[in-house]
Structures are given as C-alpha cells and as structure tokens.
Design a protein around this ligand. Sequence first.
Ligand SMILES: C[S@@+](CC[C@H](N)C(=O)[O-])C[C@H]1O[C@@H](n2cnc3c(N)ncnc32)[C@H](O)[C@@H]1O
Length: 272
Amino acid sequence: MTHFPIPIPDPITSAANAEVKSLRALHERKYRKKSGWFLAEGARICREAVALGWDMHRLAFLAGRENDAVMRPLLGGLAASGGRALPMTETLMQRISRKDNPQILIGAFGQRWHDLQVVSSTSDRIWVALDRVRDPGNLGAVMRTADAVGAAGIILIGDCTDPYSVEAVRASMGAVFNVEIIACSEAEFIAFGTAWPGRVVGTALPAAVDYRGADYCGPLIMLMGNEQAGLTAPLMDMCDQLIKIPMQGRSDSLNLAVATGVALYTALDRRG
Ligand SMILES: C[S@@+](CC[C@H](N)C(=O)[O-])C[C@H]1O[C@@H](n2cnc3c(N)ncnc32)[C@H](O)[C@@H]1O
C-alpha cells in the first residue's frame, strides 16, 4: 500500500511543554473531569478504540517510531479527526505514563457517559450494576469480564471509582471502549430498576438462593456490592432475586471481579 507522508512535528524534549503537562495531569480525577479526556496506552488498544469510532485528541509516541506499521494508521486517523501527534523522548513518555517501561504510544480520548435511559427494556442484553465500587483494578476487571460475556455496559451507582482512571483503563485491557458506562445515584437506580420490566438480580452473601438455581432470563441487570460493605439494604430490597455463591474454606467472600465473572458466565449459560 502506498503511504502519503503525514507531517510530524519536531519531538518534544522538555517536561515543561504544555501538552506533556496536560496529558500527565490526566492521572488526576479533577483534570479528567475538567477536560473530559482520559489516557489509554498501547498500540492495540488505541487502534481498536479508533476502529470503534472513539475520538483520539492526542497521540503521544516515542520520537522516531512514526514509520512503524502500528503507528501509521493511527497517525493518519489522527490527522483526519483534527487530533495532534506528539513525538517525544522516552523520559517524557515515562512522565506521562508514570511507568519506567512505558508503551511506545499513549492516546488521549474523549470520555463517554450515558444515562439510565439507554438501558432499554426491550433489549435482551445484560448490564452489570456496581454499588460504590472503590478499587480501579476491580472496576477494570469487571469491565473486561462484562465485555467478554457480551454485556451492554456498566452502571455505576453512588460514589464509585472513575472508570476512566489510568488504573481502571489499564485493568480493562481495552474493554472500556466496548462497554457503555452509566453513572447514577442510588435513588435514581432504585427508581429506574423498580419501574423497569427486566430482572434485577443482586449478589449478596446473606442471599438464600444458590446462583445455579436463579432465573436469569430476559433483560437483566446483575447487581454487585461494594468491596467492604456489600449491597445497601435499599438495593437488596429492590432486587427481583438475591443470589449467593456458596463458600467453603475460611474466606468469607469472593473478590468482587471474581464474583462478577461467576455470576455473569452462569447467567449466560442459563440463558442459553
Ligand atoms: C468482597 S464482596 C463484599 C463482602 C462484604 N464483606 C459483604 O458482607 O458483602 C463484594 C461483592 O462481591 C459479591 N460477592 C462476593 N462473594 C460473593 C458470594 N459468595 N456470593 C454472592 N456474592 C458475592 C457481592 O456482590 C459482594 O457485595
């Protein structure tokens, strides 16, 4: 294939550069909120994000790698969408990623948030709702698992960790680009879920029903509790069914992401 030259600016070498500073600031939640941007690292993930239609606003990469096979389509897409290419030194890539061994490229993308109305009552797809999830690694792993089972997206209830933090995006391994993300209060979720004609299945240690015997048919929201406190009483009350995964041994609960995986794959299996 013939490649037309893509104009590449001179490499950035100073940590005082405004672009470097603003990309680095995306590690902080308040700057992500202010800008509406977030960082995603690595060629595969950035390429898939662009292929899925996400806007890449900045592409920071190791100077000298602009002719790599992985770089050229990204640079072409970036130029077409009005984004900026930012070649720079490895030290500056380390500053932006805050890692000693950064990937050769880091993209800055625009965040996408939805409201509860996108949870269609006619769709047969599964949603995962998380009550006050606190750990970005758990949230990333849940997004990855939700994507793996073909779930539509994640509903974040109450005060949750940011799905667009660098840690959550890293743990999601790119799934953040393929699941819809909704944020709402507990009251909004309860009002919505109570009127919604689909099933809300909650997972909770005090539940009476074994997860293997539950009904997962039709539109489904799988509701998961906070890492320390589990589900609140009002959330448990609004569920159509509460399920437990029996525990043997000495641990009192499963890790949130592991429990989500067990519940989602069981639901998928039972739905046929
Ligand atoms: C680490 S657990 C929370 C433990 C918390 N101490 C409690 O009492 O619920 C986080 C979430 O994972 C799910 N979970 C973990 N183990 C489970 C199990 N054995 N059965 C059902 N849900 C479970 C629940 O949604 C739970 O709220």
